[in-house]
Design a protein around this ligand. Structure first.
Ligand code: SF4
Length: 305
């Protein structure tokens, strides 16, 4: 490495943690998640060649090309990332496994694969970039789309959504979190925790599709409301190329306007929340779901894992 370039404790430059230039739509939340993965691995001084990144099919599954260019990578078939990762994990116990998937990949065709990877406690950080839509095939509802939401063509979704966090908790995952692609301050520490966890670590990252899960079709139609005590500020965060940085505090409510005008309400966990009780996590989620809120943060960690 060039002596004048800043290196981390294991002798790598920031560039060593990056990948190729993203070909996703400008402003896609998935690019923010790639940036958070780069930040987390850099901060943890993980040598890139110690990571194996695996994905399935979909916009999300293209992203491993955009981070950790010097790591091992395998773009598998649709919904089959967990099986391929499990095999790799059995063959080489030395690597850190990072699975990147989407809601189409993990909640539809790969739901059985997802469920069994969680149930078996496969040692991996499993990130789902969840946008409720099949972006790569131009905007059909995925299995995580809200009931009653409208597609760009005006079709109303009549089916109930799959909650991957609920499934992960129920089936025994030992690290379960939910976050938002626009909240790097929350997401980076969650990814670090997942990378360092010794079992099945799952993070559901809500990551809006600016092209198909978007009511006017414009990259400017998402509104973001930040609520901090009495102060509310609206930020049009989907300007192409705009860096989203938020550090709203624990307990804050973030509202994201969806394609059909409805609000996605994300409630950040309070600092006094105890994440070591699996059943309390499940019931706390249900209580907030009844209020129309989605909790974000570290929902559960097995203190013994
Ligand atoms: Fe991202 Fe949607 Fe574009 Fe896919 S179609 S790259 S999910 S904005």
């Amino acid at each position: 490495h060039h002596p004048t370039l800043h290196t981390n404790q294991v002798g790598y430059t920031r560039r060593d943690y990056e990948g190729r230039i993203s070909t996703l739509c400008a402003g896609c939340g998935h690019d923010s998640i790639s940036a958070a993965i780069i930040q987390a691995c850099w901060d943890l001084n993980i040598e890139p060649h110690r990571v194996a990144k695996l994905s399935g099919i979909g916009c999300s599954s293209k992203t491993p090309d955009y981070f950790l260019g010097a790591s091992h990578g395998f773009n598998t078939v649709h919904g089959r990332m967990p099986s391929v990762l499990t095999g790799a994990n059995l063959a080489n116990r030395e690597l850190l496994y990072l699975g990147v998937s989407g809601d189409g990949d993990s909640a539809s065709i790969g739901l059985g694969q997802f469920a069994n990877a969680m149930r078996r406690g496969v040692r991996m950080a499993y990130i789902v970039e969840n946008n409720g839509v099949y972006g790569l095939t131009k905007g059909q509802f995925s299995a995580t789309a809200d009931r009653g939401s409208k597609s760009k063509k005006g079709v109303v979704n009549s089916e109930s959504p799959v909650d991957l966090v609920g499934i992960a908790l129920q089936l025994g995952a030992t690290y379960v979190a939910r976050s938002f692609s626009g909240d790097k301050a929350q997401l980076v520490p969650l990814i670090k925790g997942a990378m360092e966890h010794g079992g099945a670590a799952f993070i559901d990252v809500i990551s809006p599709c600016v092209t198909f899960n978007n009511h006017s079709g414009s990259t400017k139609s998402y509104d973001y409301v930040r609520q901090h005590n009495e102060a509310v500020s609206r930020i049009d965060f989907m300007e192409p190329g705009q860096e989203i940085t938020t550090d709203y505090p624990p307990g804050a409510l973030v509202e994201v306007e969806q394609h059909d005008g409805s609000l996605l309400r994300l409630r950040k966990l309070h600092t006094d929340y105890d994440p070591t009780d699996r059943y309390a996590a499940m019931s706390y989620m249900q209580t907030h779901a009844a209020l129309g809120e989605i909790l974000t943060g570290l929902l559960y960690i097995d203190p013994l894992a």
